[in-house]
Design a protein around this ligand. Sequence first.
Ligand code: FEO
Ligand code: CA
Ligand code: CA
Ligand code: CA
Length: 660
Amino acid sequence: MNDQTIFKTSQLEAADAAPRNHTANPTMGELISARFSRRGFLQGSLAVSAIAATVSPLALLTAQDARAEESGSAFSFTEVEAGIDEAHHVAEGYDADILLRWGDAIFADAPEFDPTAQTAAAQARQFGYNNDYVGYIPLEGSSEHGLLVVNHEYTNPHLMFPGLVTLVEGEMTLNPLTKEQVDVELMAHGGTIVEIRKVDGKWQVVKDGQYNRRITAETEMQLTGPAAGHDRLKTNADATGTKVFGTVNNCAGGVTPWGTYVMAEENIHGYFAGELPADHPEAANYDRLGIPEGSYEWANFYDRFDVSKEPNEPNRFGYIVEVDVMDPNSVPKKRTALGRFKHEGAESIVNKDGRVVFYLGDDERFDYVYKFVTAGKFNPDDRAANMDLLDQGTLHVAKFADDGTIQWLPLVHGEGTLTAENGFASQADVIIETRRAADLLGATKMDRPEDIQPNGVNGKVYVMLTNNTRREPGQEDAANPRAENAFGHIIEITEADGDFAAADGTWEILLKCGDPSIADVGATFSTDTTVNGWFGMPDNCAVDSLGRLWVSTDGNSPSGTGRTDGLWAVDTEGPARATSKLFFRVPVGAEMCGPLFTPDDETAFVAVQHPGDGGDDWEGFGRVSYYEDLSTRWPDFDDAMPVRPSVVAITKQGGGKIAV
Ligand code: FEO
Ligand code: CA
Ligand code: CA
Ligand code: CA
């Protein structure tokens, strides 16, 4: 969800809340920083502005295909036309098949989806709502048989339940949810692990797969690492501070080198309601995270989501959760060593010394980019030896300097300002208040860090910064160079000496997003990028086995960018660098999540999240969209079925690697 989503009743993500970082860390650059003027300005804003002033969008359009070919793009496919309608669209010569829809049975004995008679018990056996992260864990090394792991980030009751919405003068109000509906929401959250297999070129769900599992907001989990067992994590239900039920708002995530599934807990604030007791010691901690925000109604039925009754419960959320997918009865572990904040994703890479490095974004305006370096080394020959690697290591936060260098500052208790004097009695305190610790270290306030992807082929790291319309003129710095940054940008990091665990490195901006034909936007797509190829609001990303970057977006809209979200192929190398092409686009109201490539690059899985959530600003609909009156009934287009978030499998007709 992004800040162009207007429904008051929608569940809020960070973008909709006020910025939570109230520290006075100085912004680093001048209006146009030294770095910006040295390289970025000449290559980027000035060049594109000059071109944009002299080249009309029509001219860009007519020149498009020829130029993309000549530029040496690493991607070979015919671009999709950007636009807006009820359907999805994929590049010519490819199939985009619906693999898993909200409500689909993922067990042989699960009930069929019946939207008019939803129960928590049924939902717990069916694919959850709002698929976000998609991962693939091969079985016996296969690219045609494996486990698909999918996060279910949040729920949209106005699209899920019949009879909930009343329109008053075109504005939507929602009846309170019943307990059963709230329980459906709890079961629609979390994740899905499901066996899939490619048969005659088409992916199928294996409903009786032995590893199939639903993880929900009630699944029992264990807290591990430095914060586990701390007094600040103890509740009436759990005197040990180590046992917690459920995970929520799992946005992006990752698959570890040892084949576990990691889920990032992002916007946890919305699930908590009530008022903290007066002068409660967690008040400042919770304020920094916007807790309680109370957009969900769960606290009406469950005391643990009411901070007046269970003031410590929010300290048990905001972590990276690790799931051993090979044991469907395993207890997922909340790995506190990776910090507590609004975790976006957790993509990782094995460093040259064998340690494993996880890149972590904290998705809120003016929050930070992190990485976690394990203390131990990955053992490729002994899976069991890796299973607790995430409990020991060092969390770092990024400081982007205006000379193009980056420093990774360790968040270690007792070092620098992270002392008892500043309210950190132990590493547990550093973890529980990761944001405040990072504030004290002087980390760089970013434009909403989303997915961060290390690229093992070219050795770089790509940081998606989705937008920050609250950065005011004068608050720019070299790494966040635009005030009122509505369209976001992508940073490319090069770690020192090819060492992903390094304490420093360099960075540059790969791309400033937005419409390059409008000079004031300051977008820096290459001039080979067509009218279809540019995008705003990068969110998730992936690299395929050739090291090519694919970016999916959250927040393109009819009124904002005149296009839906989608999956774009973005060149990073050679003269084609910063050329972007549209490969797939989503139906109206949706956001594009995933993406994920199988190891053979023959399948791209993408997740279409919250389709039909919007359409009032699209001339093809032009009013509020809700269960009874939807802007799209994708993917079934059946009047008896609501719109359904779904995972889509994209393959080349006749087989072969994608975009080759
Ligand atoms: Fe859930 Fe930051 O997107
Ligand atoms: Ca999302
Ligand atoms: Ca995201
Ligand atoms: Ca987002």
